[in-house]
Write a protein that binds this ligand. Sequence first.
Ligand code: 3PG
Length: 400
Amino acid sequence: VGDLTAADLKGKKVFVRADLNVPLDDSQNITDDTRIRAAIPTIKHLIQNGAKVILSSHLGRPKGVTPKFSLAPLVPRLSELLGIQVVKADDCIGPEVEKLVAALPEGGVLLLENVRFYKEEEKNEPEFAKKLASLADLFVNDAFGTAHRAHASTEGVTKFLKPSVAGFLLQKELDYLVGAVSSPKRPFAAIVGGSKVSSKIGVIESLLEKCDILLLGGGMIFTFYKAQGLSVGSSLVEEDKLELATSLLAKAKAKGVSLLLPTDVVIADKFAPDANSKIVPASAIPDGWMGLDIGPDSVKTFNEALDTTQTIIWNGPMGVFEFEKFAVGTEAIAKKLAELSGKGVTTIIGGGDSVAAVEKVGVADVMSHISTGGGASLELLEGKELPGVIALDEAVPVAV
Ligand code: 3PG
């Protein structure tokens, strides 16, 4: 992927696609600014090198122009983090935007309005991509969280604007989620959780090719237990994935991967935060009870396995961690990864719920890498090529 540091930036108009899709509350306050903070190094580099930054993002999934999906609430935080006043445009293409671009000083930042206010964005219409491209001299894609979408501002624009290079965040995500996972310091452990096997098949299959140890947790384990002939009470089971679970276990064995399933579970009499709960061996889940977390013996066994590793990737919680009572297993894993990170183990948190867990425990800062992508990091871990990245490969990675 093209190198941003190699580009001659002074006085150049740079179209930066970032993923500033942050959660907002009902009063339009940002409730988690991680993605804004993650976009800052690239923008700062551009500012410091005298570029004129045209910043673009989507927010949410608006159908047409929808005020509650405006990027306006992001301006104060962006300005604060960059140390300059960011100018906001009311559109992302058109004469008004062109005027604002023309008035941009070197080192200035213009934030365009939500690019998804145009349906042409998601349809990846060339005419729209061309209009976006016409604003600038150079394209920097730093929107890792949206790199799995072939949209006008992520993929289409590269056809009209060259060079098209990766920003620092996109590059870092690739370094960890592709680089560190493909050529890991060994032993390499993957921890995969989440409620359904069906949503993690691709990730498990791909990681089975690369890891030495695979730890499974979350709701998906009950499909594996049932496939092994255990009673699972009223736990979540995907009946149509029993054969698949059996074949994944066999595949791990054939590949010499040490696959560990939890040996004990925390069970509940209903799916609720105030459910009655108890800890039982995985082989002794009574009828009418459901497993909602991994138990303390499993945590101990998992921790011992993790102690032997040099690289760990984690995707998906160990239990229903939104309910305090069933968050213990997930939090224990987060703490273990933090401890090992401090000892030099490479720890990679691959998007979505596991990121939320690490943040909840307050150990996000000590991890080697926390992905800013949900769907994008899953697809990368499945070994898929991301359209927003592939488009950059085809572009010329040199100075304008
Ligand atoms: C995300 O939140 O995962 C990205 O911003 C992509 O958003 P999308 O799923 O609406 O395309």
